[in-house]
Each structure stands twice: as C-alpha cells, then as structure tokens.
Design a protein around this ligand. Structure first.
Ligand code: NAD
Length: 355
C-alpha cells in the first residue's frame, strides 16, 4: 500500500545540446531585462560567452564565486547587481556558482537562471549555504530555487575527467538516498532509478572520451533527475557524513561523496532492502555498495578518505560530530551507534570494501 505526499516545484527546465542559445528568450520569459552573469574565476571565459550572446541584456560579470559562499562574496555580488541595475542573475557553473546566485536571490528576490556545468544538482533545490566567520550555515527557502534551469551538455565537455566522475557519483548519492527517504514518493523513486541508470551508463564513456556529447547529455540528464530528488525529499546518513567531512575537515565536496557513498549504502542495506535492490538494479550490479565503489575505482576516482586529505587523527572527532544531531536514517545512527559509525569511517579512510 502506498502512502505519500508529492509537491511539485515551480521551475522551468530547458534541456538540450546548444540550449544556451535560448538564454535571451528565457530572460524575456521571466519578464526581466538585464542579467548579472555569475561564474568562478576559472569559468570567466564561459561567462564572457554568455555576455556576448546576451548583448544589451547583459548587465556585467561577477566572476568571484568560490566554494561554500563566503558572506563577504555574497554581499559584494549583491552590491554589484544593484549598482549595475540587474533585474536577474545568470549563474553559469557548478554548485559553488549556483550557491552564490541563491544567496543573492535570498536577500534581493532577484530571479536566478542557473546553467549547470557539473552534476552537483544544486540548481534543483531550495537549499542554500553561506559561510560566515568560518562557519557554514545552511537553510531552505523557496526564494532561492532557480526559476529557470538551462541544461546544455556542450558546456560540461570541458569538465575535467576526474571531476566528471566524482561529480556524477555526487549526483548518484542524492538518488540513492532518495530511494530510502522517509518522505519519499513514487515520482521521486522513478526519477532516482532513472538518474542512477543514466549516470552509471555515461561515466565509463566519459572516462574514455570526455567530450562525447551523447555521454555528456546522458550524464547531465541523470544529474537533473538526481538533483530533483535532492530538492524534493530528505537526505540521510550519507549526506550527514559528507556534510561533516566537507564542513569540518574541508575535504573536496564531490570526492567525499564518491568515497563515502558505498559505505553508507552498505550500512543501510539491511534496513532498506528494497531501495538498495533498486540501486543495484539501476547500476547493473548484483551488489549496490560494491557496485558504487567499483564505478568509482574503475573510472579513476578516489575510494579512500586518506587519499583526499583526511587525517587519521581526525576520524574520532568526525564520528563524534556525525552522530550528534543525526538525520533521520532507515537504520538509526545516534550516539549509541558511534562505534559502528567510527568503524564505517575507518573503512572509508582505508578504501576497504564496503560491508
Ligand atoms: P564547484 O562549483 O565548486 O566547481 C568546481 C570547479 O570546477 C570550479 O573551479 C569550477 O569553476 C570548475 N568547473 C565547473 N564546471 C566546469 C566545466 N564545465 N568546465 C571546466 N571547469 C568547470 O563544484 P560542484 O561540485 O559543482 O559544487 C560544490 C558546491 O556546491 C559545494 O559547496 C556544495 O556544498 C554545493 N552544493 C549545494 C547543493 C544545494 O542543494 N544547495 C547541492 C549540491 C552541491
């Protein structure tokens, strides 16, 4: 018997190779006239291309997006938007650039058009993060949800191979946890399984031929589906561990997700057998946790925390933080399970098989 609540999110999604060319029309559809274009310093050339495309609909470029959205950067971007008379912002880039757009929207109400170039999925969620005095605060607010998302696989062709694989696994993590979410629903289950399937198919091709447009399209399609799951249902143990390791130990976002996911899925396998069966099926593997670790390893991604900057002496503290304020999870992981979580972190640190 099914029992669920499903709420659709008010977003317009434009998908397809070359769809960047539709940006000016999308600005018109929003009823806006002048866009501030946001990017990281590394992606300034892509931002410049956007400005060229927009002509007099471009107000200017703010190219200082960085990981974790420092409050000073957010304030500066808001001031620049105001000074240039922008009435919307276009965020071209990964989760860091989309995150900057979200903080602008939170304060000013400016509509955001997101043009994602990684597979992180932030563009599909009403969740924002902002860092003040070294502390990252996250929140949920409908105002930060990008109003329009343009997915153009051409733009992800330049994403380096290693980041393509880890970012793809970051996306898969949203779908995997969505399949056992407390507030899950059948629509999200379908999107999650299809998202995992598309990414599992695309990543090995991208490893070999990073600019294969069909595989880029498949991966971005999977990222959209997985990001939608992240935006609609609650996340569990895996995301808590990654927030702990990323937030308190400054490990790289997509790589942490890649390393931890097989271990979190193994931990939950007995408590969420149907979800884990669906993950395995979508991966084309007979074991979800091992299948995820193989997908990472076989495609050159890291599988051990020790290889991505974690220090052995910090594992105890990481376990303490992870079990304090635990998220809902199909298998509880509060202070009483600290020993099991510490053991999980040790396996992730070593790159041991998930169990
Ligand atoms: P990122 O946005 O930090 O990008 C990593 C690097 O790759 C940057 O230098 C960027 O310029 C570069 N890059 C991105 N696309 C490229 C391309 N196509 N070609 C060449 N270079 C490219 O990385 P990310 O993993 O996308 O995002 C991580 C951040 O997003 C984290 O801070 C995370 O917390 C946040 N995030 C938030 C949500 C949410 O719902 N709020 C969801 C997912 C991620």
């Amino acid at each position: 018997m099914r029992d669920f609540i499903y709420v659709g999110q008010p977003q317009r999604v434009v998908f397809g190779a070359g769809s960047l060319a539709r940006l000016a029309g999308e600005i018109d559809t929003l009823g806006a006239r002048r866009a501030l274009v946001l990017s990281t310093p590394e992606q300034r050339p892509q931002a410049e291309r956007v400005v060229e495309l927009l002509g007099d609909k471009a107000a200017g470029i703010f190219d200082r997006a960085v990981m974790h959205v420092p409050i000073e950067t957010a304030r500066e971007a808001r001031e620049v938007a105001q000074k240039l008379g922008a009435d919307c912002a276009v965020a071209i880039g990964g989760g860091s650039t989309t995150g900057l757009g979200k903080t602008i929207a939170l304060d000013s109400g400016l509509p955001i058009i997101a043009i994602p170039t990684t597979y992180a999925g932030s563009e599909m969620t009403p969740i924002y993060g902002i860092t003040e005095g070294g502390l990252k605060k996250t929140g949920k607010d409908a105002r930060v949800l990008p109003r329009t998302v343009i997915y153009d696989p051409e733009l992800s062709r330049t994403l380096p191979v290693r980041l393509s694989i880890t970012s793809g696994l970051n996306a898969i993590a949203h779908a995997a946890e969505g399949l056992y979410a407390k507030d899950g629903n059948p629509v999200m289950d379908l999107m999650a399984a299809e998202g995992i399937r598309a990414l599992a198919r695309a990543l090995p091709v991208l490893r070999q031929t990073p600019d294969d447009l069909d595989a880029r399209s498949d991966a971005l399609y999977g990222a959209w589906l997985c990001g939608s799951v992240l935006g609609n249902v609650g996340m569990a143990l895996h995301h808590k561990l990654c927030h702990t390791l990323g937030g308190s130990f400054n490990l790289p976002h997509a790589e942490v997700h890649t390393v931890v996911l097989p271990h979190a899925i193994a931990f939950n396998a007995s408590a969420a057998p149907e979800a884990v069966r669906r993950i395995a099926e979508a991966l084309g593997s007979d074991n979800a946790a091992q299948g995820l670790q193989d997908l990472a390893r076989d495609n050159g991604a890291p599988i051990a925390l020790k290889d991505i900057g974690m220090r052995a002496e910090d594992l105890d503290r990481a376990a303490d933080i992870a079990v304090s304020n635990p998220y809902w999870n199909p298998r509880p992981f509060g202070p009483e399970q600290r020993g099991e979580i510490r053991a999980l972190l040790q396996r992730a640190y070593d790159g041991a098989p998930p169990s």
